[in-house]
Design a protein around this ligand. Structure first.
Ligand SMILES: [Zn+2]
Length: 324
């Protein structure tokens, strides 16, 4: 298994390695843990290793199985991605049907059902029969961030691998060895990623997050200085960044949290936005009471937007409160 490509998850990797080494396989696994922390990636690595013709604890990348796996052409490996929609009953029926036949090329058939909680009860019940009496060659890996939506009878059939959030130190060393990011920007990226390597990588790949941060901080600074025109001049920016609004609200929240800590301690090393001392000094006179109010306004805004209250209006009210 080439697990070096996977950041963190030392414990989870250790368990899977020992499974591969001892060939002590279960027929069904449940990988559970937060969205975006590498469960699917690890499941793929695990599957590729089990299918590799050399049967080592590291896949060879040379055999026909490895080559087919890499080009998504392996006849004994299937993934249901389950993205943004319910998993169809027909997709589960296909698995139930396919496992009646022996593998084509290897001694195993492996199925990954990503976002397994997107199976409805009927689909889960359909799958259950297969999990209860699995053919000897079958391995099913269920992946979910919401195991509470799976039937207890399904869960009880699976060996559970819990994925913990990746430690901040592991994420930091990953950034340091792969990207050229300033220290001040690193802290905020780590916070915004919320322990998810998937989030972190997509933020590092799109520079736009750091640009958005610069723009939002500039906006806050102008509003605090009494310039209300920026509130209305940024409508198109907020329209264009609807998808990023959760992150923008995080940026605002972390900003005011930092400002409060800076006022209290004067120590930049406790802050997330470590590269912005000149602005915190400038905004020093903002009162604690106001800062608290803004932070709770940010949370209100998050709720309004989730609840489909008018998007731009919700943001305008928040920005007006920052200025008020
Ligand atoms: Zn191989």
């Amino acid at each position: 298994m080439n697990l070096d490509k996977i950041i963190g998850h030392e414990n989870e990797k250790r368990i899977l390695k020992s499974v591969v080494n001892t060939e002590n396989l279960s027929h069904s696994y449940l990988f559970q843990g937060l969205d975006g922390i590498g469960k699917l990636k690890l499941a793929r690595e695990f599957s590729k290793t089990l299918l590799c013709e050399r049967h080592g604890d590291v896949y060879c990348n040379e055999c026909s199985s490895c080559l087919k796996f890499d080009t998504n052409n392996h006849p004994d490996f299937n993934i249901i991605l389950g993205e943004d929609r319910m998993i169809k009953k027909s997709e589960i029926d296909e698995i139930v049907d396919a496992v009646k036949h022996a593998p084509f090329e290897s001694d195993k058939k492996i199925y990954i059902i990503n976002n397994a909680h997107l199976m409805n009860k009927e689909s889960q019940n359909g799958l259950l029969k297969t999990l209860e009496e699995p053919p000897i060659f079958l391995i099913i890996i269920l992946i979910t961030d919401s195991p509470n939506l799976l039937l207890p009878t399904i869960i009880s059939r699976c060996q559970i691998i819990n994925f913990n959030s990746i430690k901040e130190e592991e994420m930091k060393s990953f950034i340091d060895s792969n990207y050229n990011i300033l220290d001040g920007e690193k802290e905020i990226l780590l916070k915004l990623a919320k322990g998810s390597v998937g989030n972190l990588i997509s933020m590092l790949e799109e520079d736009s997050i750091l640009d958005i941060r610069t723009r939002v901080i500039d906006m806050i600074d102008k509003i605090l200085a009494g310039d209300r025109s920026v509130i209305y001049n940024n409508e198109s920016f907020f329209e264009e960044n609807k998808e990023n609004i959760g992150m923008i609200l995080d940026i605002i929240m972390y900003w005011f949290r930092d400002l409060a800590i800076y006022k209290e301690t004067g120590d930049m090393s406790y802050l997330i936005n470590q590269d912005m001392e000149h602005l915190f000094r400038k905004q020093y006179l903002t009162g604690f009471e106001k800062i608290d109010k803004i932070i709770s306004n940010v949370e209100d805004t998050r709720r309004y937007i989730r609840g489909n209250v008018n998007y731009l209006l919700s943001i305008e009210i928040l920005l007006l409160n920052i200025g008020g």
